[in-house]
Design a protein around this ligand. Structure first.
Ligand SMILES: [Zn+2]
Ligand SMILES: [Zn+2]
Length: 209
């Protein structure tokens, strides 16, 4: 598949790489239909966000169609249109159950003190392969995919990818605002979403839906 691969500071390339397999029963593989370039990617490319591992696929915003699910994923099936939220959470640890999924104790393979797990980031964030690619592996897919309503386009849904359903809370560095209480969209909307950075877009989507 084609993917945007980080090699070094100032050195990224669109190239052919192997498609991601299902690695765990709780994984899904999503065929990406729309992805985004974020200001955060520019930090990685410029080296102002250090610690990138060469070979990491960039991109932490994406929407697509579920291609395959592991045996442990029962709430999604191939063909479902989904948003893939940027951050990765297990769904059952104490933080996840409290709604603070960006603080998940389980999803980051570097341990509970390593910080938020997310796609296409530095080694300390996983690393997990990103979504500027034709396919992405989604860990803990039952919890990390959000189904897209029929009347919402990929382009509209993409704006909600850099968010997280009920993510809330600041990342451990403390430099992102907690929005658990400030960004709930009106009741009756498609879904109320709390997120680190993109709540205005979520609210717009929710209101217009
Ligand atoms: Zn972003
Ligand atoms: Zn968790």
């Amino acid at each position: 598949m084609k993917a945007v691969v980080f090699h070094d500071v100032g050195d990224i390339c669109l190239e052919d790489v192997p498609e991601p397999p299902i690695e765990q029963p709780v994984d899904a593989v999503v065929r990406i239909t729309a992805s985004a370039i974020c200001g955060t990617d520019l930090h990685m490319i410029r080296g102002t966000l250090p610690g990138m591992k060469p070979g990491t696929i960039l991109g932490h915003e994406g929407v697509g169609v579920v291609e395959e699910v592991g045996k442990g994923v029962r709430n999604f099936r191939p063909g479902d249109r989904v948003v893939v939220p940027s951050t990765i959470a297990c769904g059952w640890c104490s933080y996840c159950r409290a709604g603070y999924t960006a603080q998940c104790d389980v999803a980051n393979p570097n341990g509970p003190q390593a910080g938020t797990a997310f796609y296409g980031g530095p080694a300390l964030s996983g690393p997990f392969m990103g979504m500027q690619a034709e396919y992405v592996r989604v860990p803990y897919a039952a919890h990390n995919l959000v189904r897209i309503p029929h009347d919402v386009t990929d382009e509209q849904a993409l704006l909600c990818s850099a968010t997280r359903w009920r993510c809330s809370a600041a990342v451990p560095s403390g430099n992102l605002p907690s929005c658990r209480h400030s960004c709930r969209a009106p009741t009756g909307c498609w879904r109320w979403i709390a997120c680190p950075t993109g709540w205005r877009w979520c609210a717009r989507w929710a209101v217009s839906a």
